[in-house]
Design a protein around this ligand. Structure first.
Ligand code: CTP
Ligand code: MG
Length: 361
């Protein structure tokens, strides 16, 4: 192409990414929870905490997941974790049963205790009402301190660059729900998994990086092992975000739209699905170095193979593959969706809003 033609193409690309970035902000802003919704959820948390304390006086009920990490969409469910600060506490399964009975008696929630699940929880839901048109869904678990810590880690990453990180994550959450690839029970990936893919991309793939690696930064003062370990795992990370923002600036000035386009391209073409493990703690790892290989066929390895199609290392619980529920078909569908998104964005239709609508169809 001639120089003027190239210039025209460059200008049209610039216009598209500026336009698309604006559309992405406008799109996610209208999907954020309202102030009223957040207030109602906080009231529900307080009410439940008060009731639980009639069984376990030394307990606290804390939010984790999207209600606490800055990646919440309107009407998302509530994840609550009960911590008990005394040494003589009831077993989680007994607590689940007792709490289930109590909530059934004392509240209007539909209650479903699951005392024998791998992680015992009480599931609650509230029917829609005029003040709460979508109702509320809520899970209460016990002593899941690692989930509280990983929620805090994601929140810190969101705070470093709220505009770009939150817009990307929120958009991907909506997109993956609309495209029906956000159901671990059906072989696709949880929201938590998608958030980790975004952070991995921003810390380890983008060059220069958009985010620093909070787990590898030098601590401000010496830290002892007791302070940093939860359930045997090192959960330390640099969490003084105010200070970090004074000392660290990303050299990467790409717009949200450019990052998103690149994100889809990377996960449709470049990520090494067969051999690679995405680790936000340590960068790209190898499946066989973690014992997560999927190339062993037959016999007793079939299970390991099915579990490790896609590998995303949990930031703290490093022997846990967050995407272990993703099946062969599920991964095929997810990659197909990454490719579709990449294709739609690379054709750059006349108006960015049209691309966005098509993307989330
Ligand atoms: N979690 C986890 N391991 C998983 C899935 C979830 O530890 N495999 C914990 C994480 O602490 C995560 C929380 O559960 O933050 C909630 O997970 P999820 O519901 O997937 O994410 P949300 O951000 O709450 O998304 P949504 O709004 O879709 O509920
Ligand atoms: Mg949730």
């Amino acid at each position: 192409a001639t120089a003027p033609a190239l210039q025209r193409r460059h200008a049209s690309k610039q216009r598209f990414v500026v336009d698309l970035s604006q559309c992405l902000f406008d799109f996610v802003i209208q999907l954020l929870p309202t102030v009223e919704e957040m207030a109602v959820k906080e009231d529900v948390r307080k009410l439940l905490e008060r009731l639980i304390r009639t069984i376990e006086p030394e307990s606290r009920l804390l939010s984790f997941g999207s209600t606490a990490n800055g990646f919440s969409l309107r009407n998302s469910d509530m994840d609550l974790c009960c911590l008990i600060d005394s040494d003589e506490r009831l077993a989680a399964s007994d607590l689940v049963t007792m709490l289930g009975d109590l909530l059934e008696r004392e509240t209007k929630f539909h209650v479903k205790p699951l005392p024998h699940a791998r992680i015992p929880i009480v599931k609650l839901s509230l029917d829609p009402s005029p003040g709460l048109p979508q109702g509320i869904a809520c899970d209460i678990g016990f002593e899941n301190r690692l989930a509280l810590e990983n929620t805090r880690l994601l929140m810190c990453y969101a705070m470093i660059d709220p505009t770009r990180v939150r817009t990307m994550v929120l958009f991907l959450k909506v997109w993956s729900k609309r495209r029906k690839i956000n159901s671990p029970y059906k072989g696709t990936l949880s929201s938590y998994g998608y958030v980790l893919l975004v952070i991995y991309f921003l810390v380890h793939v983008k060059n220069p990086p958009v985010l620093p690696n909070l787990q590898q930064m030098p601590p401000l003062r010496p830290i002892s092992k007791e302070d940093t370990h939860v359930a045997g795992f090192n959960t330390w990370f640099f969490d003084d975000i105010e200070l970090l923002r004074q000392r660290w600036h990303s050299e990467n000035n790409e717009t949200v739209a450019e990052l998103l386009i690149d994100f889809f391209r990377y996960y449709s073409r470049d990520f090494l699905y067969n051999t690679g493990v995405a680790s936000i703690r340590a960068g790209l790892l190898k499946k066989d170095s973690k014992g997560w290989q999927n190339d062993l066929s037959g016999g007793r390895y079939n299970d390991a193979r099915e579990r490790n199609r896609l590998c995303i290392e949990d930031p703290f619980e490093t022997d846990y593959n967050v995407s272990r529920c993703v099946t062969k078909d599920g991964l095929y569908t997810i990659r197909g969706e990454f490719m579709r998104a990449s294709r739609i964005l690379s054709t750059r239709p006349e108006r960015a809003i049209i691309a966005l609508a098509e993307l989330c169809e």
